[in-house]
Design a protein around this ligand. Structure first.
Ligand SMILES: NC(=O)c1ccc[n+]([C@@H]2O[C@H](COP(=O)([O-])OP(=O)(O)OC[C@H]3O[C@@H](n4cnc5c(N)ncnc54)[C@H](OP(=O)(O)O)[C@@H]3O)[C@@H](O)[C@H]2O)c1
Length: 240
């Protein structure tokens, strides 16, 4: 599949005017996306990680939750073939996508890697959060809190991204934020990189959320299976 097919560009106009949401994660054969001590770098191979830069570049925003920001301090910008000759997919970056942290209480520290000037950054916080330390380093967007008390309202997040020209949103986790997106019926595409490895403990690709019994299982249609270096890449579409 072409990069544009992987992120479902042809379907972007078909989700009711909101951004199309692509959830990508890297997991082991036993479905873990992090070890018990919360470390997760790196589960998959350099080839898979290089391909992820091309996927990011094909979307207009790369989004993570505050838990991932704290655990991994990710940079989230697209690395291009010019910056890194090891990239298997030669990434062309015309314009860096937004880097987005969904951070209700504005706990992203001032020294976070995502706050450098390589790409634009948007930190979404609650209307009453104290985000003064972030205001000169990022675009701070205030959103209403979710009614169930779990973070921020995802429809408002998608609205804020749509207003900034985002048509394809690349969700890089973590599992708590992704589970909220799945529970809200807001994941349109799943791209899973599965490494031939076992971790035995640690978080799985979704944590929490509304699926608790077999009657609620969310079946997906498998769109593609391919090898990515030593890993396997699966592309699926949740059934609605
Ligand atoms: N292998 C992979 O592909 C991969 C990818 C990413 C992360 N990880 C791993 O995942 C772990 C972190 O996962 P995590 O579950 O703690 O963090 P997460 O999903 O990145 O962030 C969860 C946090 O986001 C905030 N949030 C704001 N609005 C939300 C909403 N509507 N729904 C849910 N959350 C919302 C909440 O905190 P506040 O409300 O306090 O802001 C919530 O606790 C780390 O170990 C990391 O290494 C692995």
């Amino acid at each position: 599949m072409l990069i544009s097919e992987l992120v479902g560009v042809e379907e972007w106009g078909g989700v009711g005017g909101r951004p199309f949401v692509v959830y990508k994660y890297a997991a082991t054969l036993d479905g873990r996306i992090a070890a018990a001590d919360r470390t997760s770098q790196w589960i998959t191979s350099p080839e898979s990680r290089a391909e992820v830069h091309a996927l990011r570049a094909a979307c207009q925003a790369t989004v993570v939750g505050s838990g991932t920001q704290r655990a991994d301090d990710p940079h989230l910008a697209v690395r291009s073939g010019r910056d890194d000759p090891r990239l298997r997919v030669p990434v062309q970056v015309e314009r860096q996508p937004w880097r987005v942290v969904v951070d209700t209480e504005a706990r992203t520290p001032r020294g976070a890697r995502v706050l450098d000037d390589v790409a634009p950054t948007l930190i979404t916080v609650a209307e009453d959060a104290d985000a003064r330390h972030l205001e000169d380093a990022a675009t701070v967007v205030r959103l209403p809190r979710a009614e169930d008390g779990r973070g921020l309202r995802l429809d408002a997040l998608l609205g804020a991204l749509g207003e900034r020209g985002v048509r394809g949103m690349f969700l890089e986790g973590g599992p708590t934020l992704a589970a909220s997106f799945v529970s809200a019926g807001l994941v349109d595409r799943i791209i899973a990189y599965i490494a031939p490895a076992l971790l035995g403990d640690g978080k799985s690709a979704l944590q929490g959320g509304s699926i608790t019994t077999m009657a609620d299982i969310l079946r997906c249609d498998l769109l593609d299976v391919a090898r990515s270096g030593p890993d396997v890449r699966l592309v699926a579409r949740p059934r609605r």
